[in-house]
Design a protein around this ligand. Structure first.
Ligand SMILES: [Zn+2]
Length: 100
């Protein structure tokens, strides 16, 4: 496979990922839970792309700091979450436990 074909393959994959997200991801807008940021009207966007697949545009998620590993009730896999994702889960009344 030539380099060009390789690149096109990657681009196509990226595109389909984006398209998939556009079609199926559920978007939640979470107002900051932090007192001062809330006052400033800071909002975060949590994207859910699967039962256990989330993305968030907050600093914690971006830098991978202050994240908590959780397991959904009845679930088998463990995954990292920021507090906004956990907030969304609580809002949806989905039970989970924190794994330390
Ligand atoms: Zn977040």
């Amino acid at each position: 496979m030539s380099d060009k074909e390789d690149l096109e393959f990657v681009l196509t994959q990226e595109l389909s990922k984006k398209l998939w997200k556009k079609l199926f991801a559920v978007e939640y807008i979470v107002t900051s839970l932090d007192y001062w940021r809330k006052k400033q009207g800071k909002k975060y966007t949590v994207l859910q792309t699967g039962d256990e697949d989330f993305e968030c545009d907050c600093e914690s998620w971006y830098y991978g700091s202050g994240l908590v590993r959780i397991q959904l009730e009845g679930g088998t896999s463990r995954f990292l979450t920021c507090k906004h994702m956990r907030f969304v889960l609580k809002e949806k009344k989905i039970s989970f436990r924190k794994i330390w």
